[in-house]
Design a protein. Structure first.
Length: 236
């Protein structure tokens, strides 16, 4: 039996409104300073940008970016399937804000889902794979898990509990939800810069932002849940 982990990376330059800061991180100059879009593909740090609020818009595919089709949660090597990264989530129960893709790549929108989570609560890997990033981006903790089916899950604001390179399965605790004042060290912004703490994303409540991406396409994470387990097939 062969299980192949496909590490998805790369970054496509956008229009003049975007700059690159760090590995595979998209930053919009006109963005506000909270709820950054963070998609590092490997260890390191970088910047992030806010997905600006706008009226809700739904799509039939649950996908934004190049290519089409829904996220694929099955296939050889993808393990046992996906779970919510926060305990007790059963959509729509526990969903603070849903997936609201932008009309174009650099437009405003919400490229993931916000899940209710208490400060200090454990945050789990949504699926099997390898932790490809665990650190701070723009003053907030971020953990990225690269899954063997080609998807990448980004979790924030999360204080990492495991280093990059750690192999995980669905449900492995990879960190804890950050609270107010965490922006580099307890007590306030330091190495992460002068921006607000990560806990402000869902203020006055606390939450975890779960984003999913395949290449340059943002996907609706909730479509990965409640799928049958994936069967690993032997090589022929």
């Amino acid at each position: 039996m062969v299980v192949t982990a496909l590490l998805v990376g790369g970054w496509a330059p956008g229009p003049a409104a975007a700059v690159r800061s760090g590995p595979d991180v998209a930053v919009r100059r006109d963005a506000a300073s909270t709820a950054e879009r963070v998609w590092p593909s490997s260890g390191g740090t970088g910047g992030g940008a806010r997905d600006e609020d706008r009226p809700s818009r739904s799509t039939s595919s649950g996908v934004v970016g190049d290519g089409g089709g829904a996220p694929q949660g099955t296939g050889p090597g993808s393990g046992l399937g996906y779970v919510a990264p926060v305990a007790g989530i059963d959509p729509p129960l526990g969903v603070e804000r849903g997936f609201d893709p932008p009309e174009h790549e650099w437009g405003p929108g919400h490229r993931g889902v916000d899940l209710t989570a208490a400060v200090g609560a454990g945050v789990m890997a949504p699926g099997p794979g390898v932790v490809s990033f665990a650190g701070r981006v723009a003053g907030r903790g971020v953990v990225v898990v690269t899954h063997p089916d080609g998807l990448r899950s980004s979790l924030e604001p999360v204080t990492a509990g495991v280093p990059a390179g750690t192999a995980v399965v669905a449900g492995t605790v990879v960190g804890t939800v950050e609270g107010a004042g965490v922006a580099g060290r307890p007590g306030g912004p330091q190495r992460g810069g002068p921006g607000p703490s990560a806990a402000g994303h869902c203020a006055p409540r606390s939450c975890v932002h779960w984003g999913v991406r395949r290449g340059e396409r943002y996907l609706d994470p909730l479509t990965l849940l409640h799928r049958p387990p994936i069967v690993l097939l032997p090589d022929r």
